[in-house]
Design a protein around this ligand. Structure first.
Ligand code: ATP
Ligand code: CA
Ligand code: CA
Length: 412
């Protein structure tokens, strides 16, 4: 945060970054229209296109009132192919990215990255470090070999990699799918790694409006875990196993499972409470989830723009839709807590651009692995994946005990 409370990144005002990247992306997508669809070539992963955006505009760029900047688009043809894979039409992508101001998610991570959310709730734009951007570039061929074979995955879906250059500073950005709906109340949010080393939300985090808790907090809040139907449980665990195998093959570590929990029963109680207080003349505006503008409200019942991207679709599971819950977006994974309350889970794997080779940044991860008993350094990515899967499969998610179990049946 800079002077006067304005959020800055590398001393550039966030509002300027937002506006400029929208111009840059608009230009990049527009320029693609003239390039015919074709099969991907290996060199498409390496291409970088650079455009200058002078104040006064140019033959192919509009005039603007931001600082002059350069905008780089990495692997434009490759990313178009990936967007296509997820059914995202160029016009829709353009509309999502550029037709309305982005919303800033104000430093949710510890790394100092800034996150922007598109107004229609579909995409997240995250600033990444130089090394992470480079890593994603190298990862692209292998990563999308995997996606092409299997678009049903909890791994992040990357839809663009850009670099905004201004006053000799570089701001690298990735566009990806948004996992957490912003127009439904998430009663709890967790960033889980399967580690217990310092995995507790800080005091500042806990004081936030909608804090992101960590592993130790989860174990405290949900001592018995979250309960899923047997089929859903298997589908989820299988998907995570497959995804972790891919991550391990790229020597990726330090990723998390992001889990957002909407508690249907609690939402019901909140509604009743709210009605009571309105009847007695009190206002309850503050507790309502934010619905800014028609667009967002209307999109609640709409299918997501990005195909295969809801949590249920990602794990290839199906369940009967929970009817009469109109304000809840589709695709959450039905679950229960230990009290039997009905939950919807929104989840996915995030922050995968840390390779084992990016040693410096991983010092914390190293310490946590030694803390958790890993001493053999060469196997770290595999140790990380195993510990992650263990934690998810045993501590976080549980199968709902089947009613057919003999001991239950026998007693009735
Ligand atoms: P660090 O490296 O310190 O962990 P970071 O800046 O790399 O932080 P992430 O771990 O990627 O940040 O994400 C931080 C938070 O941002 C997450 O806990 C989550 O609340 C939110 N977030 C990240 N990616 C997504 C996404 N795809 N959809 C919704 N929310 C996200
Ligand atoms: Ca992280
Ligand atoms: Ca990170």
């Amino acid at each position: 945060v800079g002077e006067g409370g304005e959020i800055t990144y590398k001393k550039i005002q966030s509002s300027q970054i937002m506006g400029s990247i929208q111009l840059g992306i608009q230009h990049a997508i527009g320029g693609l229209a003239s390039k015919p669809e074709r099969d991907l070539l290996m060199q498409d992963f390496m291409t970088v296109e650079t455009t200058n955006f002078p104040h006064e505009g140019s033959n192919h760029t509009p005039a603007h009132h931001y600082s002059e900047f350069k905008f780089k688009t990495y692997a434009p043809i490759a990313f178009r192919y990936f967007r296509d894979l997820f059914g995202i039409q160029p016009d829709d992508f353009l509309m999502s990215m550029c037709s309305a101001p982005l919303r800033e998610l104000g430093n949710p991570g510890a790394s100092g990255s800034i996150f922007y959310l598109t107004n229609d709730d579909e995409f997240i734009i995250k600033t990444v470090q130089h090394k992470e951007g480079e890593f994603l570039q190298k990862l692209l061929p292998g990563y999308y070999l995997n996606l092409d074979q299997n678009p049903r995955t909890l791994l992040p879906k990357f839809f663009g990699l850009y670099c905004y250059q201004c006053n000799s500073k570089n701001v690298r950005l990735v566009a990806m799918n948004n996992l957490l709906p912003s127009y439904v109340k998430l009663h709890q949010k967790y960033d889980l790694k399967g580690s217990t080393y310092k995995r507790k939300a800080s005091k500042t985090e806990r004081q936030k409006n909608s804090p992101t808790y960590k592993d130790l907090d989860f174990m405290e809040h949900h001592t018995e875990g979250l309960f899923l139907e047997a089929d859903t449980y298997s589908a989820l665990i299988k998907t995570m196993q497959r995804d972790c195998r891919v991550l391990e093959s790229f020597k990726i570590m330090d990723y998390s499972l992001l889990v957002g929990i909407h508690n249907l029963d609690e939402a019901q109680r909140e509604k009743t409470e709210a009605r009571k207080s309105t009847e007695s003349g009190q206002s309850d505006d503050e507790d309502e989830p934010k619905k800014s503008g028609l667009n967002r409200t209307r999109s609640i019942n709409r299918q997501r723009l990005v195909a295969h991207s809801t949590a249920m679709e990602s794990i290839q599971a199906e369940s009967e839709p929970i009817d009469e819950e109109e304000d809840v977006p589709p695709g959450g994974i039905p679950a229960r807590n230990a009290r039997g309350e009905r939950l919807l889970l929104f989840l996915g794997i995030i922050d995968i651009l840390q390779s084992y080779r990016l040693r410096k940044k991983l010092e914390h991860t190293w310490k946590s692995m030694i803390h958790d008993g890993d001493t053999v350094s060469v196997h770290r990515p595999s140790f990380y994946a195993q510990r992650f899967l263990d934690f998810m499969g045993k501590t976080v998610f549980k199968k709902i005990p089947s009613l057919d179990l003999p001991e239950i049946k026998g007693n009735h």
